[in-house]
Design a protein around this ligand. Structure first.
Ligand SMILES: NC(=O)c1ccc[n+]([C@@H]2O[C@H](COP(=O)([O-])OP(=O)(O)OC[C@H]3O[C@@H](n4cnc5c(N)ncnc54)[C@H](OP(=O)(O)O)[C@@H]3O)[C@@H](O)[C@H]2O)c1
Length: 174
């Protein structure tokens, strides 16, 4: 078995929405703190649009961006032309860093391509129903088992309450 786990990390509204107009459809400081804690020290794989929405490489983590644009070049970012190449690089970087987890940080296009390969999903359920143009389906409970759940209460810098649910793969992809 591969000792390096592939984990998706995603925040999903009650109606499945994860994005709108290239951005997050909410302000959720509590979830951003959780994201920072869970990704720190690990390789992160993201689509080019998600990178543009973040706007800069995130510190303390490997930033691997998937794009078909051969001219995409940003300091502090590793660029890959396919998800397969990105995962190969992420594995090498994970071993170098001594971590056993690769974090897939979105967006919708990259989640779709990596969900079949994933071992774990850090799923923040955002208790809201915003309009949006990108979605992520609730994990199929025939395949995924909930292993933990933690409330993220609404603080001063949060638009909504949220709940962090961790799922682990219970059944291999058929
Ligand atoms: N709620 C959350 O947790 C969360 C997390 C992340 C993102 N988001 C949101 O999701 C939205 C972005 O998602 P998205 O689906 O539009 O974009 P995305 O997945 O971030 O990026 C898509 C881009 O990645 C590249 N790409 C995708 N598949 C590829 C492949 N097979 N080979 C090579 N390159 C590939 C392409 O870049 P090129 O066009 O450059 O070729 C493509 O346009 C935003 O609204 C963002 O805020 C939400």
């Amino acid at each position: 078995m591969d000792p390096i786990k592939i984990s998706l990390i995603v925040a999903v509204a009650e109606n499945g929405v994860i994005g709108r107009n290239g951005q997050l459809p909410w302000r959720l400081s509590s979830d951003l703190k959780t994201f920072r804690r869970l990704t720190m020290g690990k390789p992160m794989v993201m689509g080019r649009r998600t990178f543009e929405s973040i706007g800069k490489p995130l510190d303390g983590r490997d930033n691997i961006v998937v794009t078909r644009d051969p001219n995409f070049d940003v300091s502090g970012v590793s660029v890959c032309g396919s998800v397969a190449d990105a995962l190969t690089l992420a594995r090498v970087l994970a071993l170098t860093r001594g971590t056993d987890e690769i974090m897939i940080v979105g967006g919708a296009a990259v989640y779709d391509l990596t969900l079949p390969l994933a071992d774990r999903i850090y799923f923040t359920r955002v208790h809201a129903t915003p309009d949006g143009d990108r979605a992520f389906a609730s994990p199929d409970l025939e395949i995924w088992k909930e292993v933990s759940r933690e409330a993220l209460p609404k603080g001063d810098r949060d638009d909504h309450e949220a709940t962090l649910i961790v799922f682990e793969r219970a059944m291999p992809e058929s």
